[in-house]
Design a binder for this molecule. Structure first.
Ligand code: SAH
Length: 213
C-alpha cells in the first residue's frame, strides 16, 4: 500500500478541480488532499483514482465521485466531535473524509463483503470511525442516536422515517432522492416535529436497497 509524491500531486489537481466546481469548505478540501483514494480502489484503477469519477468496487457497488463526496460533506457543515451517521459505507472513502473532518462517524453497510473489506482497510490507513455496522441502513442505528447529521450515500426511493427520528434538533439529513436520477435533498430538523427541506440538483447513485432478509 504505497502513497507516493505522484499520488499527492494528482490529489492536489483533484482539489483544484473541486474548487473550480464550487466546493469551498476548507475542511472538505483538506481531507480530500490527504486521503489516498487509490487505496480504496482495486489496483487496476490506480491510474484513474484521482479523476473526478465514480468507479466500481466489490459487490456491484461504486465509490462515489469525489465531487459528490465533497458536495454532500459540505452540506453537513461538520464541526469537530459531531456525531455523524452514514448509510452505505461502501469503500469507506466518504467515511474517511468525515473522520478527517473531525466527526465521530457511525456507518452502516448491507453488503457483507464490503463491510469486511472496509473494516480492515480503514484502520490500516490510520482512520478510525467510531462504529462500523453490517446491516440495513433504512433502520439507522437507534442505539447510538441522536446524531448531529445523517448522510445517505445511495439513491433512496423515499426518506426512511427512522433516519429523521434519529436526528438532533438543528441537525441535517442529506439524502439523494429518486429512482433513476436522484435530487440531492437536505432536511434540517427545526424542532421535534418540523423539518425544513432544501434541494440541490441532480446526482446519480446506486440504489439504497431494502433489507435482504
Ligand atoms: N460512500 C460509499 C458509497 C458506496 S455506494 C463510497 O464512497 O464508497 C452505496 C453503498 O450503499 C453500497 O456499498 C451499498 O451496498 C450500500 N447500501 C445500499 N443499500 C443499503 C442499505 N439499505 N443499508 C446500508 N447500506 C446500503
Amino acid at each position: 500500500m504505497k502513497d507516493t509524491a505522484k499520488h499527492q500531486g494528482l490529489r492536489n489537481q483533484l482539489v483544484n478541480t473541486l474548487k473550480e466546481k464550487g466546493i469551498a469548505d476548507k475542511n472538505v478540501l483538506e481531507a480530500i488532499k490527504k486521503i489516498p483514494r487509490h487505496l480504496f480502489l482495486n489496483s487496476s484503477f490506480e491510474d484513474y483514482a484521482y479523476q473526478d469519477k465514480a468507479f466500481p468496487i466489490a459487490a456491484g457497488q461504486t465509490i462515489s465521485q469525489p465531487y459528490t463526496v465533497a458536495f454532500q460533506s459540505q452540506l453537513l457543515e461538520i464541526q469537530k466531535g459531531h456525531k455523524v451517521l452514514e448509510i452505505g459505507t461502501g469503500s469507506g472513502y466518504q467515511t474517511a473524509v468525515l473522520c478527517l473532518m473531525g466527526a465521530q462517524v457511525f456507518s452502516i453497510e448491507r453488503q457483507n463483503e464490503l463491510f469486511k473489506k472496509t473494516s480492515v482497510l480503514l484502520p490500516k490507513l490510520g482512520i478510525r470511525p467510531k462504529h462500523l455496522s453490517f446491516g440495513d441502513g433504512y433502520k439507522g442505528l437507534p442505539n447510538y442516536a441522536p446524531f448531529d447529521s445523517v448522510i445517505v450515500t445511495a439513491g433512496a426511493p423515499f426518506i426512511p422515517q427512522p433516519l429523521m427520528a434519529q436526528l438532533k434538533v438543528g441537525g441535517r439529513l442529506v439524502i439523494p432522492l429518486g429512482e433513476n436520477v436522484q435530487i440531492m435533498t437536505m432536511l434540517i430538523r427545526v424542532n421535534e416535529t418540523q423539518f425544513e427541506k432544501h434541494e440541490f440538483g441532480e446526482f446519480r447513485f446506486v440504489p439504497l436497497l431494502e433489507d435482504k432478509n
